[in-house]
Design a protein around this ligand. Structure first.
Ligand code: SF4
Length: 368
């Protein structure tokens, strides 16, 4: 949510929200900058100054929660960073990436020229997030592109969040360097899992999709090194028109080379950014993608490897695989078709991405 505090002019800062005195005093005790929202105004603490008396802004913020975290900009713009009621919160480290995946849901320009968040700001945000947050994701772009200073941030997370589960989304290439694995082990929070995509069973397919020569070798070596160090690993396979004939082979590669991964997630695409630009090459009907995924599921399960299906609506997947389907699309992005209203499985179904629904040509069908 984004709004504007008409009376604020000052530095960019991170603030928590409080709606009652108990939460306000709790945050003040921890030296946390905050906005205290009452029926008549919004005050910034510890300064104790009124930054808004606009009824519309107060009403808008009435729907958010104690301990949510916002960025407050110099011009008074207030934008949400952390939602205390959600399991889907993340630290966005950098938009830049050293791969250039053809079906990436981000646009080319952000991977090449996008901005980064400084480690000091990441730490400041983390200071505001309650220590009992159940799940936090570290993502980009490629988060490790900001360099070794990231370990200062990871160390802060490790020290503060004893019970939080952390998910790292990375292309894994940096972990081909042994010393990075060592530093990750020393600094990452205890309860971390690293999710790394494998796009093909060979360098030819994987590197064609990442458009980056050598990425397959680095990624597989990175996964092996992380596994050897005892780090938990999720392997992600995104099914596209570029690799649908290879999904089963990727499953065999995992079973043969990296069988100790915690689980494999096979995913349908989000058709935004580069994926949409390259849709003629990458789009594949849901039915075909599900078939490729199901074949790979059998290989993985027969080899004792746990597997999940992400972003697949239930009606395109055979019933025997439904228990593997996760409601994986975040609430802000999920969409259902008109015909879903009649579907008796709607509550269990994760729907489709907002950016993908226009690509679907009559494949969804209500289960009745
Ligand atoms: S019809 Fe709609 S709600 Fe039902 S399984 Fe398909 S996508 Fe999900």
């Amino acid at each position: 949510m984004i709004t504007k505090l008409e009376k604020y002019s000052g530095k960019y800062k991170i603030v928590s929200l409080a709606f009652d005195q108990v939460s306000r005093d709790d945050l003040l005790e921890d030296n946390i900058d905050l906005l205290y929202i009452s029926e008549k105004d919004i005050k910034l603490y510890p300064e104790n100054i009124v930054v808004s008396e606009d009824k519309d802004v107060i009403d808008k913020l009435g729907h958010v929660h104690n301990y949510d975290v916002y960025e407050l900009w110099e011009n008074g713009k207030l934008s949400e960073y952390y939602d205390d009621s959600s399991l889907d919160n993340y630290f966005f480290v950098t938009a830049k990436c050293n791969s250039n995946c053809i079906m990436c849901p981000s646009p080319d320009v952000s991977r090449q020229k996008g901005g980064s968040t400084s480690v000091d700001t990441l730490i400041e945000i983390a200071k505001h997030i309650p220590a009992d947050a159940p799940h936090l994701t570290i993502t980009g772009g490629e988060p490790f592109l900001i360099g070794p200073d990231i370990f200062r941030f990871l160390k802060f997370l490790r020290d503060k969040f004893e019970y939080t589960e952390f998910l790292f989304l990375t292309n894994g290439r940096i972990f081909a360097i042994e010393s990075y694995v060592q530093r990750f082990m020393e600094n990452a929070p205890e309860n971390s899992i690293v999710a790394i995509p494998v796009h093909g069973s060979t360098a030819a397919t994987h590197d064609m999709i990442t458009q980056t020569k050598g990425s397959f070798e680095q990624t597989i070596l990175g996964i092996k090194r992380l596994l050897k160090a005892g780090i938990h690993i999720e392997v992600r396979i995104v099914v596209s028109g570029m690799n649908s004939n290879d999904i089963k082979n990727i499953a065999w590669l995992i079973a043969r080379e990296i069988p100790k991964v915690d689980y494999v997630s096979i995913m349908a695409m989000e058709m935004t950014g580069s994926a949409r630009i390259n849709r003629d090459k990458v789009w594949i009907p849901y039915g075909k993608a599900a078939l490729a995924a199901e074949e790979a599921v059998l290989v993985l399960m027969e080899n004792g490897i746990d597997v999940k299906l992400y972003n697949f609506p239930l009606c395109v997947v055979k019933k025997e695989f439904w228990t593997l389907c996760e409601k994986s699309i975040s609430p802000g992005k999920v969409r259902y078709a008109e015909k879903c209203e009649k579907c008796k499985m709607k509550n269990a179904c994760g729907g489709v991405f907002a950016g993908t629904i226009s690509m679907e040509k009559g494949e969804l069908s209500a289960i009745i």
